[in-house]
Design a protein around this ligand. Structure first.
Ligand code: 1JT
Length: 253
């Protein structure tokens, strides 16, 4: 499905990461894959995951512009071009994911938006020159909390709304260069991001009771939808959101 495509995957923290499932699936589908790790602390983790798989491993903290430009300089040198970019990065302070949203600090609000939304803009900016000769596909991970209000999701919901609109402005602007930009919106999954959330189990249980498929979804299902959007099967699709959520988002009462 992705034979010969060169795909950059950001946001691999550990074996549970959505980004890791996407990287492995792309590799299985014949792509050349590069994953990034945020800092030295997470480097050995990433190295162990990669093991002897043919995956390129490079550092990139998206909050540091020099690291983003260095990453794409290396990809330009090693690969010469890029077909796919996967944005699977989000961060908010723990205290901003509970209690009252109106108590979010200016710094916490800025941090969540910088890491979770602006990072798509800066990565796309640097990816554009590597993609524009042959076109490309950019995807990002959102959550329904960016469209509807969920208790405790708070500042991340506002940051996901920002991420989704950033993806649509990018889709409009990069479309003339045959670069597509789409959004994947998974249902809740137990990953490192969810580990910090007190009371995550009731969220998963509620999906089982409510979603049309009466179950939760897993990382591999997100990876399959992502691979579709990265592939030429989705050549006519841009600015779109695919909910990989067992249908949860269609339900009212
Ligand atoms: C972050 C975290 C982004 C958790 C996230 C996230 N996107 C989805 N989740 C899981 C989640 C969390 C809550 C929720 C539903 C799903 C934590 C670290 C920062 C980035 O509430 C309905 C709170």
């Amino acid at each position: 499905m992705l034979n010969g495509k060169k795909i950059l995957v950001t946001g691999v923290a550990n074996h549970r990461s959505i980004a890791w499932a996407i990287a492995k699936y792309c590799l299985d589908q014949g792509a050349q894959v590069c994953i990034t790790y945020q800092n030295e602390r997470l480097r050995s983790n990433a190295e162990k995951l990669v093991g002897d798989l043919p995956i390129l491993l490079l550092p990139c903290d998206v909050s540091q512009e020099e690291e983003v430009s260095a990453l794409f300089a290396t990809l330009q040198k090693d690969w010469g071009s890029l077909d796919g970019l996967v944005h699977s990065i989000a961060f908010a302070n723990k205290e901003d994911l509970k209690g009252a949203f109106h108590e979010t600090s200016r710094a916490g609000f800025g941090l969540a938006h910088d890491v979770s939304s602006f990072s798509l803009v800066i990565l796309s900016h640097y990816a554009k020159p590597l993609m524009e000769a042959h076109g490309g596909s950019i995807i990002c991970m959102s959550y329904l909390g960016g469209e509807r209000v969920f208790q405790n999701y708070n500042v991340m919901g506002v940051a996901k709304a920002s991420l989704e609109m950033a993806a649509k402005y990018l889709a409009s602007e990069l479309g003339p260069n045959q670069i597509r930009v789409n959004i994947v919106s998974p249902g809740p999954i137990r990953t490192l991001a969810a580990a910090g959330i007190g009371g995550f189990s009731p969220i998963l249980d509620h999906v089982v009771q409510t979603a049309p498929l009466r179950r939760n979804i897993n990382q591999e299902e997100v990876a399959k939808a992502s691979a579709f959007l990265l592939s030429d099967l989705a050549s006519g699709i841009t600015g779109e959101t695919i909910h990989v959520d067992a249908g949860y988002h269609i339900m009212g009462m």
